[in-house]
Design a protein around this ligand. Structure first.
Ligand code: MLT
Length: 211
């Protein structure tokens, strides 16, 4: 898959998997990742599907209506690619934390819904419920941040609450941050995600290094 890999200064820090929104590219979330975890290596992957020339991670039939067959196929493709990238760049496949926005948050959510240990944690900016009717793997000890807008016309608050509850039922530790905003990714949401990362991911890396 088309991607950028940047080696970080701290080989023990989680590798951040960056997943852009519809029409974005693998460059979009690089500045945000530097804010969240400046010493982490970054793997930023471009979606393999084009919708009217706009990159995405899976097809949709209409706004908010996903092509589930393609979603499942593309989720497997990305999951396999992560294994290949770990071998190519020499990072620990089990130490990946995703940061996704919109369509990128939805494929990250789909990785969590379909594969045990696909991600060690995730920051999901404006995600939807990627698919319904699947039994989730055990997500115990998986910290997940959800950033949501209470006026988001694409990811309704009701869907955010459904996603939170589905992930919690699988054992994940979910924190939801609400913005008085729509679908856009605001600076204050990025700051909230960075603070959450320090507490829930970076803090646990330091503690395990000490113990
Ligand atoms: C999606 O298709 O994944 C969501 O509707 C968000 C978007 O990309 O617009």
């Amino acid at each position: 898959m088309k991607h950028i890999f940047q080696q970080g200064n701290n080989p023990d820090a989680p590798v951040l998997l960056l997943l852009h929104g519809t029409g974005g590219t693998e460059r979009d979330l690089l500045p945000l990742a530097k804010r969240v975890a400046p010493d982490s290596s970054l793997l930023s992957v471009r979606g393999n599907v084009l919708e009217n020339g706009m990159p995405r991670y899976f097809r949709r039939l209409a706004e908010g209506v996903f092509d589930e067959e393609d979603l499942i196929f593309r989720t497997a493709e990305l999951n396999d690619y992560l294994q290949e990238a770990a071998a190519e760049y020499g990072f620990d496949r089990s130490n990946l934390v995703a940061i996704g926005y919109s369509n990128g948050a939805n494929i990250a959510g789909s990785l969590l819904f379909h594969y045990q240990n696909a991600l060690r944690g995730a920051i999901l900016h404006h995600p939807m419920v990627p698919i319904r009717g699947v039994v989730l793997p055990d997500l115990s000890d998986t910290p997940i941040f959800i950033g949501a807008g209470n006026n988001d016309p694409i990811c309704s608050p009701h869907e955010t609450i459904e996603l939170e509850s589905t992930l919690r039922s699988a054992g994940a530790e979910v924190s939801v941050h609400w913005e008085s905003a729509g679908h856009q990714l605001t600076r204050s949401e990025v700051e909230a995600a960075a603070e959450w990362y320090d507490r829930h991911i970076a803090g646990s890396v330091e503690n395990s290094a000490k113990s």
